[in-house]
Design a protein around this ligand. Structure first.
Ligand code: NDP
Length: 281
């Protein structure tokens, strides 16, 4: 079997085109604040590509660069200012933050109405309760869109998510549950991981280890979503060994060009949603 490649870049382009047309009819130009503290080179790349994507879609990106030794008070007061600013519809705090800052405290300070990353406890809680109106976190939201591209009925499929981070693994598991998948979340303490993964109709790899998921982890015909972005001496690698997975799976997302572009497209979509919510008559 040779898997079909789920083209995240193409899907993201079509989402972005739709958003651009929608935003062109808005009475004002939406604004997204992007805060980056410190000088993590990978974060710099992400922030630049998010700002570029905003400009191409008709959203103004406001980038705030803070030094690595920024205090919590400085960062919190910037967030308060942005929470109150009418020009800013969405606020994104690029992770990871410098180690001395408390990520939970900082993300919790973003007003839920502008929390376009979906990391505020209120938005995360609404997802768990399957309530409408939450901002869905961008990477998990993009994963669901990619799964829908397969045209498969997701109801009752066994989904295994490897990784339980607050920003990817855990919310991806909740969204899959909301799609009526039967979900198992695996992590570093999971026993018998390969055999567990082989029970998965949908395997989401969010581990952060290059080519960790090999042929032995994959049920023939499974759908493989590779979230990993690992910079190695041989270039960018996913968490899945693509050359092995493509021979066994039915669908697979590539790295790059899979989940990554969808994450950015969902950020733009959430910013557009935030604008509309804030301008509701
Ligand atoms: P984290 O490091 O926060 O989480 C990694 C998860 O993998 C943890 O839950 C950890 O378990 C689990 N894990 C680690 N080792 C093993 C193992 N040997 N067996 C099973 N589970 C293991 O990473 P993130 O969730 O932030 O990111 C995951 C990957 O996704 C990274 O490569 C990151 O770069 C990428 N990423 C990609 C995005 C995109 O847009 N494509 C967006 C965000 C992230 P435990 O909890 O027990 O420690």
């Amino acid at each position: 079997m040779t898997a079909q490649v789920l083209d995240g870049k193409k899907l993201a382009q079509s989402v972005r085109l739709g958003l651009k047309q929608k935003i062109a009819a808005f009475p004002q130009i939406p604004g997204l604040a992007v805060i980056i503290a410190g000088n993590n080179p990978a974060s710099e790349i992400y922030v630049r590509s998010k700002a570029k994507a905003c400009r191409e879609t008709g959203i103004i990106p406001y980038t705030y660069r803070l030094p690595a030794d920024t205090s919590a008070d400085e960062l919190l007061s910037l967030i308060q200012k942005l929470n109150a600013s009418p020009e800013i519809n969405g606020i994104l705090v690029q992770l990871p933050l410098p180690a001395h800052l408390d990520t939970t405290q900082i993300l919790g300070a973003v007003t839920p109405e502008k929390d376009v990353d979906g990391f505020h406890p209120l938005n995360a809680g609404l997802v768990v309760q399957k309530q409408a109106g939450a901002f869905l976190p961008c990477t998990p939201k993009g994963i669901i869109r990619l799964l829908r591209q397969t045209g498969k009925d997701l109801n009752g499929l066994n989904a295994v998510v490897v990784g339980r981070s607050q920003i990817v693994g855990l919310p991806a598991a909740h969204l899959l549950l909301n799609e009526n998948c039967t979900v198992t979340v695996a992590h570093s303490r999971t026993r018998g991981l390969a055999s567990l993964c082989r029970s998965a109709d949908i395997l989401v790899a969010a581990v952060g280890k290059p080519e960790f998921i090999t042929r032995d982890f994959i049920k023939p015909g499974a759908i493989i979503i590779d979230v990993g972005i690992n910079r190695t001496p041989d270039g960018l690698k996913g968490d899945v060994c693509f050359s092995e997975a493509i021979e066994t799976a039915s669908y697979i997302t590539p790295v790059p060009g899979g989940v990554g572009p969808m994450t950015i497209a969902m950020l733009l979509e959430n910013t557009c949603e935030a604008f509309l919510k804030q301008h509701r008559p």
